[in-house]
Design a protein around this ligand. Structure first.
Ligand SMILES: Cc1cc2nc3c(=O)[nH]c(=O)nc-3n(C[C@H](O)[C@H](O)[C@H](O)COP(=O)(O)OP(=O)(O)OC[C@H]3O[C@@H](n4cnc5c(N)ncnc54)[C@H](O)[C@@H]3O)c2cc1C
Length: 385
């Protein structure tokens, strides 16, 4: 039986995230966007209500949320401000490899402190020459006695400049290519780490995105997550779990854009009538609302599968692809409904459009999602010589 009813707990969580987005995030979104400033005051409140640690198990002091609950709050929070949402959810992204493949001691030692005071974490996969192509990662982790020595650099790392903990993907056996990749827990205070360029971004400007350098960074061997060589698998399993949330974020931005567009279309009068009456506008709004509902269903399906421990690579890629392409389409159409006013910074829709763009790029570009989906849908292809 299919049941779309949320439980009382899920509804309460949804309400809490919606209220937080409306009261704490939205009123400050334009200011932090324009100032390209880290929203520390909002994050402090987000920590207090548990959004920075929502996926850490309850027994470690976290929220213990499942995948569906995380998707539900992702939609609500991103409706408030995508940049602030990205800051919060980058924590969950960094925690996921530890939750999936870490030992009980690693979880206790490295995740519990996040539940005790406000702190941030980063997931460090991307490099200048290795974006979509993880096999090209050049950061190395050389085993030396009871330690690994990490050398290399990462780019475009969310929370890079504010994090107290990095989960770093590095190659411990470069001759093995992807099969040499491993994941390591690297505390920020370890000597040899430096933060490079802070990126000046088109959107998500409240989030902090930086380069990171690792020069002879020595970490104990017990900071290896899972086994040596399992890094690529851990990175992909992480994305299987987190990509539905990016799809949900697309739905949240789209919902915000639709709400602003409806309000505007009902009050903007041209040719003596509110423009919402004209079919050109009404049909846009109907399509936006329909696609938002469709995207949410894809997101919830992927999250449900993840919650039940079922394979969900294809479904979470579909949720990310459709939800974030939808975010771009809907924000573009909303801006069109605002006409020239939409193009001005005085109105909120241009920010939504700038923010929507990033969701099509991070956690694997949407071209890569199509590769994931296409390969699974088509199956093996025998090339003819
Ligand atoms: C603001 C921001 C925050 C980010 N945060 C993080 C973070 O916290 N941690 C992290 O590790 N990374 C992060 N990233 C990096 C992000 O995941 C990468 O930018 C993304 O994976 C794409 O890599 P790239 O930018 O090098 O593009 P490239 O891989 O160079 O791709 C360029 C273009 O080619 C296309 N392309 C590449 N290969 C193929 C192919 N085989 N088939 C078809 N098309 C292809 C891509 O889809 C894209 O359109 C962030 C990026 C940004 C912009």
């Amino acid at each position: 039986m299919i049941d779309f009813t949320l439980t009382e707990d899920q509804l309460a969580l949804q309400d809490m995230a919606r209220e937080f987005a409306e009261k704490e995030m939205r009123p400050k979104a334009a200011r932090y966007d324009q100032g390209h400033e880290f929203p520390e005051d909002v994050m402090r409140k987000a920590f207090e209500v548990g959004f920075l640690t929502c996926t850490i198990p309850a027994e470690l002091g976290g929220g213990g949320l499942g995948d569906l609950e995380t998707a539900i709050i992702s939609e609500e929070l991103c409706r408030g401000c995508a940049g602030m949402y990205t800051t919060m959810m980058a924590n969950s992204l960094a925690f996921t490899p530890i939750l999936l493949a870490g030992t009980a001691e690693q979880k206790k030692k490295f995740l519990t402190p996040f539940t005790q005071k406000m702190a941030f974490a980063s997931y460090c996969l991307t490099e200048r020459e290795a974006g979509s192509d993880n096999a090209a990662i050049r950061t190395t982790a050389k085993k030396a006695g009871g330690e690994y020595v990490i050398n290399g650099s990462k780019c475009f790392i969310t929370n890079g400049g504010v994090a107290s903990l990095y989960v770093v993907f590095a190659n411990a056996a470069p001759e093995k290519g992807l099969r040499g990749l491993s994941a390591f827990i690297v505390p920020r205070e370890t000597p040899g780490i430096s933060v490079g360029k802070v990126e000046d971004k088109m959107g998500h400007r409240a989030s902090n995105t930086t380069e990171l350098f690792f020069e002879d960074v020595r970490i104990p061997a017990e900071n290896l997550v899972g086994r040596e060589g399992a890094g690529f698998l851990i990175a992909m399993k992480t994305f299987d779990k987190t990509r539905a949330d990016v799809g949900a974020a697309g739905v949240g931005i789209a919902r915000a854009a639709l709400e602003y567009a409806i309000e505007y279309a009902k009050t903007r009068v041209q040719f003596g009538k509110p423009i919402a009456i004209y079919q050109a506008i009404m049909f846009k709004i109907a399509d936006m609302a329909t696609e938002i509902d469709a995207a949410r269903l894809l997101v919830w399906r992927a999250a449900w599968l993840a919650d039940h421990g079922k394979p969900c690579g294809r479904e979470s890629a579909m949720a990310k692809l459709f939800g974030t392409d939808l975010g771009m389409r809907v924000t573009t159409e909303a801006l069109q409904i605002f006409g020239g006013y939409g193009y001005m910074r005085d109105y909120p829709v241009e920010k939504l459009m700038r923010d929507a763009k990033l969701l099509q790029i991070y956690e694997g570009t949407n071209e890569i999602q199509r590769l994931v989906i296409g390969r699974e849908v088509i199956g093996p292809i025998r090339e003819r010589k």
